[in-house]
Design a protein around this ligand. Structure first.
Ligand SMILES: [Zn+2]
Length: 212
């Protein structure tokens, strides 16, 4: 498992960087590996991630081995702690999703309208968290609380944190979120026809369906 997970992180990190979803040394990935979590290290561009140079942390965030983990490790372990059904987390500062997180007039429970079926399938419910200064421990409990309801979070004035059953599905969801955020800006000020709640309900994972 560990070798496959390490290779998946390297492959996906390079792919995310190649497709312009990160800049500089931003963005980080995590994959559950038994009782531990494999994480991208601090201070390394996703373009330069290597499978044998990953951080290993416990689910409480304690550094076990390898290089020092990303400073945003707490986001990843918080999601994986409260979602045993999910095994991977991706966080970026991708431009359009980050731009939504900076808008003043946004509903935290629906920051982006569900404009496409793929958004409904892969993202579903997106929840925006309040602003937290880097390193603020209060962010951990906010992430835990929101992750119980949805696998797709948007940190205010920051960027998306998306979990999935595996790394590929987490990245698919993050990319769909970024794409829909771009559609949102392209259509802003125009009359749009987002999917209806009934249309969205058909896509929701059983654990994330609101009672009907
Ligand atoms: Zn970040």
């Amino acid at each position: 498992m560990s070798t496959a997970a390490r290779r998946a992180i390297e492959r996906v990190a390079h792919s995310i960087h190649r497709r312009g979803l990160t800049h500089g040394r931003t963005g980080n990935l995590a994959v559950r590996d038994g009782d531990h979590v494999l994480l991208t290290p601090t201070g390394v561009s996703l373009a330069d991630i290597e499978a044998d140079q990953l951080s290993v942390v416990a689910l409480d965030g304690t550094h076990i081995e390898g290089p020092k983990p990303t400073k945003e490790a707490f986001l990843h372990v918080a999601m994986l702690r409260v979602r045993p059904d999910l095994n991977a987390v991706v966080h970026t500062h991708s431009v359009y999703a980050a731009a939504v997180s900076c808008l003043a007039d946004v509903d935290p429970d629906a920051p982006i309208p569900p404009l496409t079926a793929y958004y409904g399938m892969r993202v579903g419910a997106l929840r925006m968290l309040p602003y937290f200064a880097p390193g603020d421990p209060a962010a951990t409990s906010a992430v835990e609380e929101a992750a119980r309801v949805t696998h797709a979070l948007l940190l205010r004035n920051h960027g998306p944190v998306v979990a999935g059953v595996d790394l590929d599905s987490a990245v698919d969801a993050l990319e769909e979120l970024e794409h829909t955020a771009q559609l949102f800006f392209v259509t802003r000020g125009l009359a749009t026809a987002p999917l209806t709640p009934a249309q969205l309900h058909a896509f929701a994972a059983p654990s994330e369906r609101s009672p009907s």
